[in-house]
Design a protein around this ligand. Sequence first.
Ligand SMILES: Nc1ncnc2c1ncn2[C@@H]1O[C@H](COP(=O)(O)OP(=O)(O)O)[C@@H](O)[C@H]1O
Ligand SMILES: [Mg+2]
Length: 387
Amino acid sequence: MLGKTVSHYRVLRKLGEGGMGVVYEAEDENLPRRVALKFCSAAQDPQLRPSLLREAHALCSLKHPNIAEVYELGQTGEGEPFIVMELLPDGLSGRLRNGRPAIRETRRVVAAIAMASEHAHNKGILHRDIKPSNVRMTETGQVKVTDFGLAAAVYGAAVVSQQSTIPTAKEQAVGTPGFMAPEVIRREAADRRSDLFSLGCLLYEMLTGKAAFPGKTHGEIYENTLKSEPAPPSSSNPAAGPALDRVTLKLLEKRPEDRYQSAGEVVAALEALDSPVVVWRSWLDGRRRMLVYGVAVWMVGFLAVFLWNRLRVHVVPQQARYWYDRGIASIAEGSYFNATKQLTEAVKSDPDFSMARAHLAEAWDEIEYSELAKEALLQATRGPPSL
Ligand SMILES: Nc1ncnc2c1ncn2[C@@H]1O[C@H](COP(=O)(O)OP(=O)(O)O)[C@@H](O)[C@H]1O
Ligand SMILES: [Mg+2]
């Protein structure tokens, strides 16, 4: 194939090969651009051709900034079909081989895959093979989900009718061991939440550099996927923090109903990691939390003592109560002048007697001593409440 021209594409070099396709870099002779051409791995295998065609159809219906763009479906002189798509030089698997990406980058990449998934799911298409080798990047770092080869099989079957659950019982388990959801391994119905499990496996690997469900054989990997609970990512990469632990482990729940219910929810959860509440919450974890809680307990204690002193119920001495009762009686009779005298006595006996001051203000006001009334009222509102 190398050096050959198919249609108007000059094949330059092989870029990679997966289970179903072989991909080449090619020069477009009509337009000044490089493209990627995807052929069936074994052209002679008649089973793969329909899958390639369906992948082209699926990709065509999915126009999204985070999904690889398809330019056209071509055909060689011998009638062999191939997909012409945008060239995506950088792969996520290659990046992961160079070491663990920064947390911020991991979140950006996973959110982009989730956005692509949400778009595909809303069109009734499941990817069914989300994993690092099917995620690539443009030269500017834009994330692109590729390889809808397995999704295409679904697209060709039930999903066009917007059916959200795809029965896989009669099919073989589809996907890649280590990224397949428990229900997919069991060949039960798969749905959008099965893609989210795969996304969880990818997130786990990006955070820890390790597989969520390791194993030497497929059998071992399946066994782990069905039964074992992965350790929180922060136990091997503390930078992940408890908030990302929660997102990852929720994606990896065994039962689909315990996971996020849509890729949109995953995007929201990842975006919320930037919110002050979550940052504060993760800042509060561990020993720091004990310290902050300790200080908080002290502050609440001080506040309680302060408020107690300020608000504690005031007990009025007998003498003050006597003058107060007489003052109130005078007000009731309309003898306000007498009331001012009696209430002044009450206040003298108990300067903290706010009610006496309030009625004194009332009495002064009635006989139009407004300055004294104001003064008495001011004093009344300053002091503690009394009975
Ligand atoms: N658009 C692309 N640009 C550059 N390389 C690509 C592109 N698409 C796929 N590849 C390379 O080809 C390999 C196989 O492609 P993929 O679509 O995943 O096929 P398969 O269905 O066989 O898994 C990928 O792992 C990657 O290395
Ligand atoms: Mg692939």
